[in-house]
Design a protein around this ligand. Structure first.
Ligand code: GTR
Length: 407
């Protein structure tokens, strides 16, 4: 049997710069004190997810869908992730490479160039897709929003990465796909505009509430979804969206915007992902705006020093995924991402899942380390280790997908 070695392509520098030792209750970063002390979390009141702008409480799921849900989407657009394009002119899909007997005959590799057109200009987003062979029906598919190097999603499989363990997914009967975020919007503060934004929607660049990098990545995930709807090898009703960290913020936002995504996975997403902003634990709105302002609309900057005035908090982002299953993760050595605050988002999204009578088996307190919650519409694990997306995470994502896709 041919053996291979898994490698984890991890941005070590990032971990070294922002991971404090466990004993530390505070740290300094970019001229600010970073809080790692639960006792120092200020008291706060979360916006009521079910309270409509007209002062009335949501009565049922119809009321939620017609009124409160669109209100919350608009609040996130206006104040956090920015406005997204409503239309585009056209898209074409070109199969640039196909290997019918990839992975020793177990899978078919398809590399697809997604050409997106608007007002005479074009952006191309390459997609890597492996589909299991010998399936009797279209395969459910995991799509990774890849925020790391393309080496992690090597179509030749010369490099294998735990960040995108394609062989594992194929073995389990899933297709697996990925696009790299930089093809839609470079992940750099002075270059993010070169792609979807300056080519297709330049007007958004001049708007204070126009989307920036995360908005563009989320929008691009939907363009991949458009492609899946045309590919008979995959089941477009069973698309599981996965993102890690900045990609995990994006998977939550993409899932909120596009209800075609059936399952949402968000790994270690932290600030402006699954973590509650009002806790001011680990990375704060102020710090993320300072370091990564180009991910969010300019309007988000006005909340850097007054998070309590934000008309949303991140439990409302989770609520926008209802009634679909969502699974988030945290890691013990990733206090920067505020694990307890991420878990509280899930707990506070519950009222919306209840409107749909969805079984949500999550305790009010976070579960013990390495104890995944699978049999529930909201799933979660808090694993040992560093800020990463690894095999343990993927194995549990598959268990969660098996459970919800009835496999
Ligand atoms: C960090 C950032 C986090 C997270 C992370 C990542 O430096 O502060 O919000 O997104 O990068 O994407 O790995």
């Amino acid at each position: 049997m041919k053996r291979f070695r898994w490698i984890a392509i991890t941005p070590l520098l990032h971990i070294l710069t922002i991971t404090p030792t466990f004993a530390q209750k505070t740290d300094r970063f970019m001229g600010e004190t970073v809080n790692y002390d639960e006792a120092a979390v200020p008291s706060y009141t979360l916006p009521n997810v079910l309270l409509k702008a007209n002062g009335q409480l949501v009565k049922n799921k119809k009321d939620w869908e017609k009124e409160r849900r669109p209100e919350i989407v608009n609040l996130f657009k206006a104040n956090v992730y920015g406005q997204t394009p409503i239309d585009l002119d056209s898209a074409t899909y070109v199969l640039t490479n196909k290997v019918a007997d990839a992975m020793g005959g177990k899978a078919c590799l398809k590399e697809v160039a997604i050409h997106i057109w608007n007002k005479g200009k074009q952006v191309t987003v390459p997609l890597v897709l492996f589909v299991p062979n010998n399936m009797r029906k279209p395969a459910p598919v995991f799509l990774l929003i890849n925020n790391r190097s393309k080496r992690n999603t090597d179509p030749t499989r010369a490099v294998k990465s735990t960040f995108w363990p394609a062989e594992l997914l194929i073995e389990k009967g899933y297709a697996i796909a990925a696009f790299q975020v930089g093809d839609a919007a470079p992940d750099k503060k002075d270059a993010y505009q070169h792609g979807v934004l300056d080519q297709l929607f330049p007007e958004l660049l001049t708007q204070e509430d126009g989307m920036k990098a995360i908005g563009a990545w989320a929008w691009t995930a939907s363009r991949v979804m458009d492609y899946f709807e045309t590919d008979k090898d995959v089941d477009a009703h069973k698309v599981a969206l996965v993102g890690h960290s900045r990609g995990g913020k994006t998977s939550l936002w993409a899932g909120a915007l596009d209800q075609r995504f059936a399952l949402i996975f968000s790994s270690c997403s932290g600030s402006t992902g699954a973590s509650l902003a009002r806790r001011r634990y680990g990375e704060t709105v102020s710090l993320i705006n300072k370091q990564f302002g180009y991910w969010f609309a300019n309007t988000y900057k006005q909340y850097s020093d007054r998070v309590d005035d934000l008309p949303v908090d991140q439990h409302m982002l989770i609520a926008l995924l209802a009634p679909r299953p969502v699974y988030t993760t945290n890691a013990t050595e990733d206090r920067w991402a505020d694990p307890p605050g991420s878990y509280l988002s899930l707990v506070n999204a519950l009222p919306v899942y209840k409107l749909y009578q969805r079984l949500v088996n999550i305790p009010t307190e976070p579960p013990p380390v390495n104890t995944p919650i699978i049999n529930s519409f909201i799933g979660y694990h808090f694993r040992t280790g560093i800020h990463d997306l690894n095999l343990y995470d993927w194995e549990n994502f598959v268990r969660f997908a098996d459970h919800h896709f009835g496999r």
